[in-house]
Design a protein around this ligand. Structure first.
Ligand code: NBP
Length: 472
């Protein structure tokens, strides 16, 4: 046994993670269900092949790693993970560590913790973000499990992680499902971020009549300001790319039906279960589902047509407003995502460290941005503020961007341009900032039909209204 660590699963993520580990000086054993993939991986490893121990059976793989063995599983989430764990259990010894690094549902991770409890094996549920490039050169790593387990693998995980100004973007966030939960919310925020970028792209394309490359130039300029982020950067790049077959902008040839694998949906489900609104993420998930209904949308356009094109107005003023609106929308999405994590922290007893989460998202992951550095600062400065939007730093951003967000959403509604996530952000802030809302009427209705009772503003206690025999 010569390897210091093992990786199971050599598709995009596992292969790149294994190369990253080898690149950091560790000898890594690798195994993949289909042996052909292991051979291809070895052939692609180049000079790092010396530090790779390719294994064709699980038995050889386990035998190749020095005990106590850390093994990273990077296969398709769900049953494949359970199958790999079952095989490992038969072969591993006490104190060996199984790390599930895929996009597991955190509830599965909690179950796996229970199942492995008492077996002597150590389990870690680890969220990894950064796609192919991140896995190869430094992802953001979100760890859940016993703190003592983290300590045992901390050196290798911090070595392979992204660095923000020298600080490793890898951290232990809490027990059992904490890492996978935080990764799920990371992805939920990613959905909202991407949706809002697509919404402002829609205004530039369909209202201002701009060509893809011109929109790419706008994103490029924005990437030098407060919106500086990986997602804005890649949006600029993809908008400028040409289709090799037709020579047209690549984006113009791509079907407008977005895929989804579940993490956005899980974010929404969990937030709903805890009663924490995550309206920007909900809007983004629903928008992907609607996007996939291509047939219905085509039929609806035929039947209902599109609202007549309104006047485009001052192009540069609209573009400047879009930049500000996007910033405001980001505050909503991140405020909601962090609020969901705060609630989960209480619900599952994790004690999630919010400033640390913001810090490890500053590099390596898909939502990395200048904005996250500001969030890390805001949480460090106001650790007890319940909502990011209420921190001194971000309430200032909201006041500054408020007018632009309203103009953009109002313009979109007037011109029939879909804007579900940004529009939800306006309503979220308007609901949040209004001390006297309208739920008094809802309480009256509930009391009328179901005798649910209500509280009064002028005195304590539970009351019923004078609805008399009208109640049913
Ligand atoms: P995939 O999610 O496409 O999974 C392919 C891998 O799973 C292959 O190694 C495949 O082996 C293995 N596998 C399958 Br499918 N069923 C299996 C089974 N029953 N038993 C054993 N192995 C099985 O790979 P990926 O895109 O590299 O992602 C890996 C994990 O990382 C996923 O959980 C994903 O959600 C997560 N993730 C992905 C990204 C990304 O950007 N792609 C980013 C962050 C996290 P085979 O070769 O024998 O078919």
């Amino acid at each position: 046994a010569t390897a210091e660590i093992g990786v199971i699963g050599l598709a995009v993520m596992g292969a790149n993670l294994a190369l990253n580990i080898a690149d950091n000086g560790y000898k890594v054993a690798v195994f993949n269900r289909t042996t052909e993939r292991t051979r291809e991986f070895l052939a692609s490893a180049g000079e790092l092949a010396d530090r790779v121990v390719p294994c064709e059976t699980m038995e050889d793989f386990v035998a190749a790693i020095r005990p106590p063995r850390p093994v990273i599983i990077m296969v398709k989430a769900g049953d494949p993970v359970d199958q790999q764990i079952a095989m490992l259990r038969k072969l591993m010894d006490r104190d060996d560590i199984i790390i599930d690094a895929g996009n597991a549902n955190f509830r599965d991770t909690m179950r796996r913790f229970k199942e492995l409890d008492g077996t002597g094996l150590t389990f870690i549920g680890m969220g990894v973000s950064g796609g192919e490039e991140g896995a190869r050169h430094g992802p953001s790593i979100m760890v859940g499990g016993k703190e003592a387990s983290w300590k045992r693998v901390e050196p290798v995980l911090t070595a392979i992680s992204a660095k923000f100004k020298g600080e490793a973007c890898a951290a232990w966030l809490g027990e059992n499902g904490a890492g996978h939960f935080v990764k799920t919310i990371h992805n939920g925020i990613e959905y909202a971020d991407m949706q809002m970028i697509a919404e402002v792209y829609g205004v530039m394309r369909d209202h201002l009549g701009m060509a893809a490359s011109e929109i790419g130039d706008v994103f490029d300029r924005w990437n030098k300001g407060p919106l500086d982020s990986f997602l804005i950067e890649i949006s600029a790049t993809v908008l400028r790319a040409a289709d090799p077959e037709t020579g047209k902008p690549m984006v113009d040839m791509i079907l407008d039906a977005a895929g989804q694998k579940g993490t956005g949906r899980w974010s929404v489900i969990e937030s709903q279960m805890m009663g924490v609104p995550a309206t920007a993420i909900e809007a983004a998930v629903a928008a992907r589902s609607l996007s996939a209904m291509t047939g219905e949308r085509a039929e609806a356009e035929k039947l209902l047509g599109l609202p007549g094109p309104g006047k485009a107005g001052d192009k540069q003023a609209v573009i400047d407003d879009l930049e500000q609106a996007l910033l405001a929308g980001k505050v909503a999405a991140y405020a909601q995502g962090f609020a969901v994590m705060a609630a989960a922290s209480t619900e599952f007893g994790w004690d999630l460290p919010m400033p640390v989460i913001a810090k490890i998202w500053r590099a390596g992951c898909i939502i990395r941005s200048r904005f996250l550095d500001e969030i890390a600062g805001a949480f460090s400065k106001d650790p007890n503020v319940s909502n990011l939007a209420l921190t001194s730093a971000f309430s200032k951003v909201l006041l500054e961007t408020d007018g632009a967000l309203r103009r953009v959403v109002a313009g979109a509604v007037t011109n029939g341009l879909p804007m579900p996530a940004l529009a939800s952000s306006v309503s979220y802030f308007d609901t949040l900032r209004r001390a006297r809302g309208t739920a008094n009427l809802i309480q009256a209705q509930r009391d009328f039909f179901g005798a649910h009772g209500f509280k009064r503003m002028d005195k304590a206690g539970d009351f019923h209204g004078p609805w008399g025999s009208g109640a049913v």
